[in-house]
Design a protein around this ligand. Sequence first.
Ligand SMILES: NC(=O)C1=CN([C@@H]2O[C@H](COP(=O)(O)OP(=O)(O)OC[C@H]3O[C@@H](n4cnc5c(N)ncnc54)[C@H](OP(=O)(O)O)[C@@H]3O)[C@@H](O)[C@H]2O)C=CC1
Ligand SMILES: C[C@H]1O[C@H](OP(=O)(O)OP(=O)(O)OC[C@H]2O[C@@H](n3cnc4c(=O)[nH]c(N)nc43)[C@H](O)[C@@H]2O)[C@@H](O)[C@@H](O)C1=O
Length: 350
Amino acid sequence: MDKSSKIYIAGHRGLVGSAILKNLQNRGYKNIITRTHSELDLANQTQVSNFFETEKPEYVFLAAAKVGGIVANNVYRADFIYENMMIQNNVIHQSYIHKVKKLMFLGSTCIYPKNAPQPMKEEYLLTDTLEYTNEPYAIAKIAGIKMCESYNIQYGTNFVSVMPTNLYGPNDNFDLEKSHVLPALIRKIHLAKLLSESNFEAVIKDLNVNTIEEAKTYLASFGVSETSVEIWGTGNPKREFLWSEDMANACVFIMENRDFKDTYNLTEKEIRNTHINIGTGQDISIKELANIIKEIVGFKGNLVFNTTKPDGTMRKLTDVSKLNTLGWKHSVELDQGIKKVYQWYNLNFS
Ligand SMILES: NC(=O)C1=CN([C@@H]2O[C@H](COP(=O)(O)OP(=O)(O)OC[C@H]3O[C@@H](n4cnc5c(N)ncnc54)[C@H](OP(=O)(O)O)[C@@H]3O)[C@@H](O)[C@H]2O)C=CC1
Ligand SMILES: C[C@H]1O[C@H](OP(=O)(O)OP(=O)(O)OC[C@H]2O[C@@H](n3cnc4c(=O)[nH]c(N)nc43)[C@H](O)[C@@H]2O)[C@@H](O)[C@@H](O)C1=O
């Protein structure tokens, strides 16, 4: 990519897409194109075809997807498989038709088997059964990897796939039902702290409701009160968290430095697993995460574990040796990142 290359970021207002946009702008890329969801529905084949025909992007970051936490994945199973398959089929196929020079597809580490050996290497893909709570999403992501790989092999395209661990940062989704654990716990614990300080005005503003009674009833349905916050599951699952701006940095690094054809003289087994894990290589339990957030937010109440909610996979630590060997390593540690995102939340959301 050179600084005047025409680069399309799909999903530029999301957690990762917004960080990729900022990263490219900071590096001096000047010809970036974006479309909001309402301007271009990537699940619509005709709209996507017309967009590529008109704009002819040279490089594509595919960071648009239907994304959510464990409960959203488990409940909206049809939406997760349908929308993700449609978006990626349309964008990847039109990138082939319109001779995009390089495309990056964003998968997820949930593509690996539920009981994969830890840490998870790229080659563990398709070696065993998936975690059921997010199987539809994971199957869509596996289809995306295989689509990139198949087009590369049959048509000589240059499509690279990356598998990020759990991400967090500015522009995350803080919805109490549908979000991932880290933003959900920041918001729940923050609201519990406000309740404990009788700062009802701030609670009403955050939830955009009319009265404190309404706010308290809503929060009670998520197990949030002035004295305690509910944590889903046992608290024992472990997760690995990567700061979204580090993720964007890794994406741009790989787009600038790695081509699919770099893998052509590898063995057949390696050709099958050319996707690259992106993570820190470090994980912590949900209980530990909740305690760190509690400390940073300054909430003095209790954490209560609701074991009727799913734990999901017990561990999914990425093996990041492939990425490290390419020359990239994360820079923001978890406690530092949580402080930064809590600051961002207070400035932009609360
Ligand atoms: N967040 C995480 O922890 C992880 C994310 N990933 C992957 O990283 C990528 C980016 O995720 P993230 O940034 O968190 O997701 P977000 O939900 O923050 O952003 C997704 C973006 O995609 C857009 N989008 C969704 N559907 C459509 C559509 N039909 N047409 C056009 N735009 C659409 C959304 O627009 P709008 O909001 O307007 O609908 C939004 O801007 C995804 O592929 C995801 O699977 C992988 C692992 C972990
Ligand atoms: C990125 C990844 O994200 C999803 O997988 P996940 O890692 O299981 O997602 P999660 O962040 O929602 O939960 C992590 C853990 O945390 C626990 N947990 C506690 N309390 C809350 C809570 O309040 N909210 C949420 N969401 N989880 C909670 C929760 O029970 C679980 O044990 C995939 O569906 C898939 O989309 C994917 O690729």
